[in-house]
Design a protein around this ligand. Structure first.
Ligand code: SAM
Ligand code: SF4
Ligand code: SF4
Length: 342
């Protein structure tokens, strides 16, 4: 094994998802279904300088992929400036953004110019009335405009994320594949996950990867799996005409064994797993004068002890329901999906 920093399962520290805000301009039922939320205090939110400094420390330990997320990352004022600061770090070879797309048309060109390489836009439905009912947003047309603007701005490999929910959008799989094809993008269907925030989750609403493939095979014929490498199960598939798409089986067939991701919340809490109950407060260390070497030592020590495999552990839970009731989320908003970033 190389001298890369590795956790207890030999997984390297390679990818960091940074939530730049816990705020959002949508209210997707699988993420923010409640009427009101406890927000992170404004003064606790990391500055761009603090984020860029942490990225530098993480990069020194092996992180080479960074994804900006949220909440809705484009609600963070002047995001291209942060992109530019991170893009200056030569060790970060892959800099991406996940957005709901509502504000993307306005910012796509500036983000690309600042050094953002890739963008993923969440698009669960092609029907505006469904988005209004499901995410309380009437801005479907803006999302579509954002997708066109992202293509125009020249992002590599534009991806469209669709969380598939039985009885909501499970009849749109082929329509989304066709839409992605026309827009020169790749759609990735995501199984509905019982993460914090998904307080209305139930197994009945999850459409398993196997079922999605059956539905699509009936429409398109044979579907060929594209194996990324020998160790992981295929996440990408190819239709007979060459069109590709992805399915993230994060609920029915998670693959924690290959997980090199960790997450930084907007207030500087470092989480080792999407399902982690708590994290490490890096903001406190930053603001009380820790040196880069001290921060690196803390990250190293923490990662070496990482044994998280949250989604795999959830498979063993009988009568599985929502991970947290709303009271537990209000008691610690760090458990919310919109706080830790998807
Ligand atoms: N607001 C941005 C967006 O929606 O793209 C970025 C943050 S959002 C938390 C990141 C991703 O997490 C989105 O693609 C969203 O669909 C996904 N997500 C949120 N809740 C989920 C759930 N319960 N199960 C599966 N995916 C979920
Ligand atoms: Fe929807 Fe993303 Fe906002 Fe969550 S953070 S409510 S997934 S747009
Ligand atoms: Fe990684 Fe945790 Fe997700 Fe498993 S559940 S893939 S360990 S973030």
């Amino acid at each position: 094994m190389s001298d890369l920093l590795r956790d207890t399962f030999g997984r390297p520290l390679a990818s960091l998802r940074i939530s730049v805000t816990d705020r959002c301009n949508m209210r997707c039922r699988y993420c923010m279904p409640e009427d009101d939320y406890v927000w992170l205090p404004r003064e606790s939110i990391l500055t761009f300088e603090e984020i860029a400094r942490l990225v530098g420390v993480f990069a020194g330990l092996g992180v080479h992929k960074v994804r900006l997320t949220g909440g809705e990352p484009l609600l963070r004022h002047d995001l291209p400036t942060l992109v530019e600061m991170i893009a200056r770090n030569a060790r970060i070879g892959d800099l991406a953004l996940t957005t709901n797309g509502v504000l993307l048309a306005k910012h796509a060109a500036a983000l690309r110019a600042a050094g953002l390489q890739r963008a993923t836009v969440s698009l669960d439905t092609l029907r505006p009335e469904r988005m209004l009912a499901f995410a309380k947003s009437a801005r479907h047309a803006d999302v579509l405009e954002g997708i066109v603007a992202a293509q125009r701005a020249g992002f590599a490999r534009l991806k469209l994320n669709a969380v598939v929910i039985r009885g909501f959008n499970d009849d749109e799989l082929a329509d989304l594949i066709e839409f992605a094809r026309v827009h020169d993008a790749e759609v990735r269907f995501i199984e509905y996950m019982d993460v914090g925030g998904a307080t209305r989750w139930s197994m009945e609403q999850v459409v398993p990867q196997r079922e999605m493939l059956e539905v699509l095979a009936r429409r398109y014929g044979a579907i060929e799996p594209i194996a990324a490498d020998g160790r992981a199960p295929a996440e990408r598939f190819r239709l007979a005409d060459g069109t590709t798409f992805g399915i993230i089986a994060s609920t029915t067939a998670p693959f924690c064994r290959a997980c090199d991701r960790s997450r930084l919340t907007a207030d500087g809490t470092w989480l080792l797993c999407l399902y982690a109950r708590s994290g490490v407060d890096l903001r406190e260390r930053l603001r009380t004068g820790a040196t880069d070497a001290e921060l690196a030592a803390l990250l190293r020590e923490t990662w070496q002890h990482r044994a998280d495999r949250g989604a795999e552990e959830r498979l063993a839970v009988r009568d599985r329901g929502a991970l947290y009731a709303i009271a537990a989320l209000r008691a610690d908003p760090h458990r919310e999906m919109h706080t830790r970033g998807g």
